[in-house]
Design a protein around this ligand. Structure first.
Ligand code: GLA
Length: 441
């Protein structure tokens, strides 16, 4: 299977690159209104690494709360809290150590090594700790010479995987790594190079025989519109980042090449939502739920309504749910939201049908067909004033004449549905419903 995507790119996919180019130009010219062509698929494979992530991965990642100060104690505490809080049993399984876990130099034989001050027992011992708690272990690297913190100058050295892919993949497998976040971290946006580099590590991981979730980010440090938004990376990565970094704010106003608020990421969802399916997941980035913001900036932290929107819409879109908050310090509101089993059941629905947007009145309406024949519907108020959002059964694609029951997944309230369904939705909030036929009991 090795080398397959280059072949496919130069075969059937090659013709689509011209389409891609015009899409990129369109995109750059008139940002928010340009749809991205569904034909721009970069690999013939559907699934990058067989046997992993039949539903969207769930877990925790160190970056949003610890950045380059991450250490073994913080990761162990996160693992312990996943267990004690019930989050593990709600589905959060992956504990991922992001950037800055390594020493700025490789060994004389070229091997990566953990920073011995912050990870005194090394990564194998940390993976063992995580595994002993019924969790899975993840780590971070870059296909280029430097990781994102190294390229930003906030961490020393040049220890990316460029030229070391096979050896690094074997190192990760020997440590018991179950998830690799592989982050572009370069202003070089040459698509062929990106495909080759991400594929090389995919094949190196395949060659280890270890089932590793391969999480790629083709966007970081690319100065143009994000390649993860424009192209379909399924088959290269198990999950691929659609957009740039999600901050705990609503709208940051930096454009598509900059950091993103939750509304800005959701505004791009119709371009990539259909690319999601079993084993290949479009990844709009980690959860900002419960993550501390910075007062006086465009990312002051999410309001409760904005948190419901991120958690609810990420679930409606079947996005990976990777918490980024400092778990031992989370308050009850954050815990309740992150462990909402009815909402998580929508995210993890085994059918993994893609979500679609449908024309509603008063706001945005998204829907997704679930495996039991019911439908998840999100009434999303992206505006700054409260609104009544409604949609007819016909526009949802539900046959008339049947009786339907709608369950509000936040409140548990059940209502019977006539010809249409609607709700009053606060500014920035989302009402999440599960609609199914009324069954005779
Ligand atoms: C990029 C990624 C982030 C994080 C940092 C680490 O910005 O998008 O998620 O991994 O790099 O430096």
């Amino acid at each position: 299977m090795s080398g397959e995507p280059s072949g496919s790119r130069r075969g059937p996919v090659a013709g689509t690159l011209a389409v891609a180019l015009s899409v990129v130009l369109l995109f750059l010219g008139c940002a928010a209104s340009a749809p991205v062509s569904d034909t721009v698929r970069l690999s013939r494979a559907t699934v990058a690494i067989p046997g992993v992530a039949p539903t969207p991965p769930m877990g925790w990642n160190s970056w949003n709360s610890y950045g380059c100060t991450v250490n073994a104690q913080a990761v162990e505490l996160a693992a312990d809290t996943l267990v004690a809080s019930g989050m593990r049993d709600a589905g959060y399984r992956y504990v991922v150590v992001d950037d800055c876990w390594f020493l700025p130099q490789r060994t004389s034989s070229g091997a990566l090594q953990a920073d011995p001050k912050r990870f005194p027992q090394g990564m194998r011992a940390l993976a063992d700790y995580v595994h002993a708690r019924g969790l899975k272990f993840g780590i971070y690297q870059s296909p280029n010479a430097r990781t994102c913190a190294q390229i930003a100058g906030t961490y020393p050295g040049s220890t990316g995987s460029a030229g070391h892919e096979a050896a690094d993949a074997r190192t990760f497998a020997s440590w018991g790594v179950d998830y690799l976040k592989y982050d572009w971290c370069s202003p070089d946006s040459d698509l062929d190079r990106q495909i080759d580099d991400f594929t090389r590590m995919r094949d190196a991981l395949r060659a280890t025989g270890r089932p590793v979730v391969y999480s790629i980010n083709p966007n970081s440090d690319v100065p143009e519109a994000p390649p993860g938004t424009i192209f379909d990376w399924s088959g290269i990565g198990t999950l691929w980042r659609t957009t740039n970094d999600a901050y705990p704010g609503w709208a940051l106003g930096q454009g598509l090449a900059g950091d993103q608020g939750i509304r800005e990421i959701l505004d791009t969802a119709s371009w990539w939502a259909a690319r999601t399916g079993p084993g290949h997941w479009a990844d709009p980035d980690m959860l900002a739920v419960g993550v501390a913001g910075v007062a006086g900036t465009a990312y002051p932290g999410l309001t409760p309504a904005e948190e419901r929107t991120q958690f609810g819409m990420w679930s409606l879109l079947a996005a990976p749910l990777i918490a980024g908050n400092a778990l031992p310090y989370m308050d009850e509101t954050t815990w309740r939201l992150l462990t909402d089993r009815d909402v998580i059941a929508v995210d993890q629905d085994p059918l993994a049908a893609p979500a679609t947007v449908v024309p509603g009145t008063g706001g945005k309406v998204w829907r997704r067909t679930l495996s039991d024949g019911s439908m998840a519907v999100a009434l999303w108020n992206s505006g700054d004033a409260d609104a009544r959002i409604s949609i007819s059964l016909a526009d949802l694609g539900l046959p008339a004449g049947n009786g339907y029951l709608a369950r509000n997944l936040w409140t548990g309230t059940r209502t019977t549905v006539g010809n249409s369904i609607g709700a009053q939705v606060s500014a920035h909030d989302t009402v999440l419903l599960r609609i199914g036929p009324i069954r005779a009991s």
